[in-house]
Write a protein that binds this ligand. Structure first.
Ligand code: 475
Length: 822
């Protein structure tokens, strides 16, 4: 059945599509139908899609140039794109046409899509948010560019060996990637290192001249970003570092082949790998160089494009908005100052006024270990001119803003200064962001409130209008239409074709929430998705699970604040209850985890090990009759999320209140009809508001209660001694029960929860979490009740469409106009 929603934009029918694929197989891939591998078929399909994509890309770019549109430039060290084939087909309105064309060739589109490696150019939430946002910007028809790094190796591939995480390199473009286009005509040269000279010019002006020690070449790769409906195709531009030709030749001509190779290797190192740290600062020189490299390339590119239609900088701030995705691209601020003053000859205040209008900053985390600071000595060596500019901005700010508001208050000056005067002195990137940006936003209501009140209270007093909230969102095209096609078809049948653009249209579904016929259709699809996942689980882990069990899913980066250890502790308690009482009344449950740990984060890796070891014992224990299963899915990534989310019954969102800025997996899971078990943290609060407290299961301490408990002095030992089940479960980890012959292997979990003070209040929330799970258990037993809850969840999450987030950014921060593409 052809989905009525798809109006093929390009009048290709199935047969023509088929001819094109075969044509590309022969002429682009140089093979034949008889010999072609799946990989070749996939590439030929992509080449066919690109024919249409490029046509729209060109018309979009031409129109933007002709109309001289204002655009937003989304600067992000990460874009977690995942796979693009299915997504591009859906957005072009050609998915079903392509599927049928391939069927005629005895090929499965879904199967070919599996050939595509994930573009894992990000760590987690922050990077995936950037990917959803550029999808929404194109869908809504806003002129926008994404700017980032063209990492040769994305986030590591995770293997599990004897229960432990092993990191393997990711090579997403080993055999070429059909979605990227190299643009040699837009190469940039980026200076680094060296020294600054003060010169007296012929015009009797004193000037700063930076004599760089190295020049690196930046090569842009464009990924076309097609909006749903394919009117607009924007660009994601990622910069690859290479040795500058100039340097190569110099050394090479003097016979220094080896030296020139070294130079080449060093230059290429900059965009070689993504730093695998999430929510922590890398603090490494290479990281600073990466940040500067992509920001400098992007700003030069912006200026080059601006100059196509302008001769001075008077219109610059009216034309250009730059959004800083966290502090990682902060160096763009002094770089734009430097370009405008040193290269373009503007006055300092002129340049500063432009910067203040151009930049805005999104904060994604309150964790102190994530707030970037750089040693001054490092800055001095790598970016000497930028350090001078930062000093000037700081002096100007402290004198004109801080001293004016709090005269002669050195304590406040010390706190707000861009320079932390401790030893060694450090540059605080977040302060530079807040001082420059015209808007600073958090990513969920509660988070934005904490940004104002706890993280930047004095800045908020100085500029109360600067701070705002934009609650995160996710694209329903990828996270419902594409990943859960059966459910998408049911929704289209029921409420019409409009919902992928206006997710609020799904509100209509609530009318059918009590209808047994609709409930059955809805739950049959869930069951079918679970059956598909059962096969994936078997293939990936060898574990047998039943689709009749409750699929309880926690998928996110591994971090103590996200509390995978709370989930594990609860599993241990359930297991013990079942051993003590084989009749213990629970509906069979499969606990599924997917998570990567930062390679240097010991406790996080120990938690992965513990989940696997506890899982092995539980999964093989005949005494509990399959009532409990624990599955750790290796190598969690976007494409795996697309299989897990449609199959989830329960969504675990159990961070300590006040620590998860927003969460976005919580939105994707609710959108696919999973019931949230969650704390009042991040966007969970807003999800609970939208779906109603009856349709999710909330537990645990609130932000205020967490603060009070910490202020009172929290001792996990109190809970350990007061709750016999907690005590038994934790003591169990000291034995060799889960690691036969090797006692003590799991002790670091217990240590972090007791000896090291349980920073994230796992034990304090345990009883409440356990009680919440008992509610889940009894709710699930009532099939009609559960179906109703699941339907209401899917019907109520319109707010969490990333299109709404983008509209909020446009209204509050970017002030863009939509642009029709002819
Ligand atoms: C929050 N990543 C989520 C999501 O707003 C939120 C940090 C340093 C270096 C590399 N990556 C990071 C993050 O800080 C991150 O992913 N933050 C997440 O941003 C989108 O939904 O609550 O934890």
């Amino acid at each position: 059945m052809v989905n009525p929603m798809e109006k093929p934009l390009f009048e290709l029918d199935k047969d023509e599509f088929k001819q094109e694929i075969v044509h590309h197989l022969r002429t682009t891939l140089g093979t034949s139908e008889k010999k072609a591998s799946k990989q070749a078929w996939w590439m030929a399909t992509c080449a066919t899609i690109n024919q249409m994509l490029f046509e729209r890309l060109t018309s979009t770019q031409q129109t933007h140039l002709q109309k001289d549109t204002r655009a937003v430039h989304y600067f992000s060290a990460e874009f977690l794109m995942g796979r693009l084939t299915a997504n591009n087909l859906h957005n072009l309105g050609l998915y079903k046409t392509c599927e049928e064309a391939l069927k005629d060739l005895n090929l499965e589109l879904a199967d070919l899509c599996e050939q595509e490696p994930d573009m894992a150019l990000g760590n987690g939430g922050l990077g995936r948010l950037a990917a959803c946002f550029i999808d929404s910007l194109a869908t809504l028809g806003y002129p926008a560019l994404g700017y980032g790094l063209h990492y040769e190796h994305g986030l590591f591939r995770q293997e599990i060996r004897d229960g432990r995480q092993v990191e393997r390199p990711d090579s997403w473009r080993e055999y070429g990637n059909p979605w990227e286009i190299c643009r040699p005509e837009s190469v940039q040269e980026i200076p680094l290192y060296g020294y600054v000279e003060t010169v007296f010019g012929e015009d009797c002006q004193v000037r700063k001249v930076w004599h760089p020690g190295r020049i690196i070449k930046g090569v842009p790769w464009d990924i076309p970003i097609v909006g749903f409906g394919a009117q607009t195709v924007n660009i994601l531009r990622l910069w690859e570092s290479r040795a500058s030709n100039f340097f190569d030749w110099d050394v090479f001509n003097h016979g220094g082949y080896v030296d020139s190779q070294k130079e080449k290797a060093e230059a290429e190192t900059i965009s070689k790998v993504l730093y695998p740290n999430d929510e922590t600062e890398a603090g490494k020189e290479l990281r600073l160089v990466q940040q500067y490299f992509f920001c400098a390339c992007s700003l030069k590119d912006i200026m080059r494009r601006y100059k196509r239609t302008h001769t001075d900088f008077k219109e610059f701030a009216a034309q250009i908005a730059v959004q800083l995705n966290d502090t990682h691209p902060t160096i763009a601020i002094p770089e734009l100052m430097r370009e405008l003053i040193d290269e373009e000859g503007l006055e300092w205040t002129e340049a500063w006024n432009i910067c203040k209008q151009v930049f805005s900053y999104t904060n994604h985390t309150l964790l102190p270990e994530a707030l970037e600071t750089w040693p001054v000595y490092l800055f001095e060596r790598v970016l000497p001119r930028h350090l001078e500019i930062i000093y000037e901005i700081n002096a100007y700010f402290l004198k004109n803003e801080v001293d004016a508001k709090w005269p002669a208050n050195n304590e406040i000056k010390r706190k707000l200064s861009i320079i932390d005067e401790s030893n060694p002195r450090r540059v605080r990137m977040a302060n530079l962001c807040v001082i420059t940006s015209h808007k600073v936003n958090g990513v969920a209501e509660i988070h934005s409130k904490l940004v104002k009140e706890d993280l930047f209270p004095e800045f908020n007093q100085l500029w109360p209008d600067k701070f705002c909230n934009v609650t995160n969102g996710v694209t329903p095209r990828r996270w419902l239409l594409s990943c859960n096609q059966e459910l998408a078809d049911l929704f289209t049948e029921t409420v019409g074709t409009e919902w992928p653009l206006n997710l609020d249209a799904l509100r209509e579904l609530a009318k059918y929430a009590d209808d047994p016929v609709f409930q059955k259709k809805f739950m049959d699809i869930k069951l079918h998705n679970k059956e598909k996942l059962v096969k994936v689980i078997k293939a990936e882990t060898g574990i047998d699970v039943s689709a009749d069990a409750i699929f309880d899913i926690q998928i996110k980066r591994l971090h103590e604040y996200k509390r995978q250890q709370l989930n594990l502790l609860h599993i241990l308690v359930l297991y013990r209850r079942l051993l003590l009482n084989p009749e213990y009344d629970i509906h069979p449950r499969v606990f599924i985890f997917g998570s990567k740990a930062a390679p240097g984060y010991r406790v996080a890796k120990d938690i992965i090990y513990a989940i696997n070891k506890v899982g092995e014992r539980i999964n093989d224990d005949p005494r509990i009759k399959g009532k409990l299963k624990v599955v750790f899915m290796p190598n969690y990534r976007v494409s795996l999320a697309e299989k897990l989310i449609p199959a989830a019954d329960v969504s675990e969102q159990i961070s300590t209140a006040g620590y998860e800025a927003s969460g976005t997996g919580n939105m994707k899971l609710a959108m696919n009809g999973a019931i949230t078990i969650g704390t009042l943290d991040g966007a969970n609060i807003e999800i609970a508001e939208e779906v109603g407290e009856d349709n999710c299961v909330i537990f645990g301490l609130t932000v205020e209660e967490v603060k009070e408990l910490k202020a009172r002095g929290y001792s996990p030992w109190d809970y350990y001694y007061a709750n016999a089940e907690i005590k038994s479960a934790l003591d169990w980890l000291d034995t060799d029960y889960f690691t036969p012959g090797r006692p003590g292997e799991l002790q670091s979990i217990k240590k972090s929860l007791l000896d090291y003070g349980d920073t994230y209040l796992t034990l304090a929330d345990f009883a409440s979490y356990d009680e919440a799970h008992q509610r889940i258990n009894s709710l699930y037993r009532d099939k009609a009740r559960w179906a109703k809850m699941a339907i209401i969840n899917a019907a109520s999450v319109g707010k969490f469409n990333s299109d709404r987030s983008i509209q909020d950014y446009v209204r509050q921060i970017w002030h863009l106009d939509k642009c029709d593409i002819s």
